[in-house]
Design a protein. Structure first.
Length: 215
């Protein structure tokens, strides 16, 4: 029997959460630079949770499809945003086979939860059309931030060891770069959000699928 997939969250509503306060302004900047808002482009939200980000992006004119393994998250999403295609599914499914390919994929604060990050990255890559762009965010880790956490006694709270099915991977720019490049992505760039860059709460990777990718 296939093991259940967990993301560590339980949802009681379909509203934005505090992390979106620092993620969304930067996401807006990125998408404005890409010129996609108001373009009616198709976008896939990998790990859509309660659908709040999907709804936000749909309000900008994008045509959004999304999946999440959380039954209660998708229930809240479908109840609140019935006009957006949001369904149960995970990065371990053949999502490209079911939904096709997209010019844009977002996956915000998800990769730290997955048990098989290379399978996740492969799914992310396969969901994109050649020349497409993936936007991936995850909590930021780096030497200075980890040192500050240790000095201030906040390491245990930060690493959430007692959170069932919570954060199980802790990514730096180097390790996330390696994961994405192994999957076939190129032209990687990163920005850090929330606090000053050395102590950032999260980082956002912008990764391109090569135009000449053959599949």
């Amino acid at each position: 029997m296939k093991s259940p997939q967990y993301n560590g969250y339980e949802y009681g509503n379909a509203t934005l959460n505090p992390s979106h306060g620092y993620l969304l302004p930067k996401l807006d900047n990125i998408f404005n630079e890409l010129g996609v808002y108001g373009s009616s482009r198709r976008l896939f939200d990998l790990g859509c949770g309660n659908g709040s980000i999907s709804a936000y992006l749909a309000s900008k004119g994008l045509r959004v499809t999304g999946v999440d393994p959380s039954t209660d998250g998708i229930r809240e999403a479908q109840k609140s945003y019935p006009n957006i295609k949001l369904e149960e599914g995970s990065a371990y499914d053949d999502l490209a086979g079911k939904y096709g390919r997209f010019p844009l994929v977002v996956s915000l604060e998800i990769v730290e939860h997955v048990y098989s990050p290379r399978e996740y990255a492969s799914t992310l890559f396969n969901l994109l059309e050649p020349g497409g762009v993936a936007i991936v965010s995850t909590p930021y880790h780096g030497y200075l931030k980890n040192l500050a956490l240790a000095i201030t006694g906040k390491m245990d709270a930060h690493f959430t060891a007692l959170w069932d099915h919570g954060h199980i991977k802790f990514w730096s720019i180097d390790t996330l770069s390696q994961l994405l490049m192994e999957a076939g992505f190129s032209e990687l760039s990163f920005c850090r959000v929330g606090r000053l860059p050395p102590l950032a709460k999260s980082m956002i990777a912008i990764a391109h699928k090569p135009v000449d990718e053959a599949n």
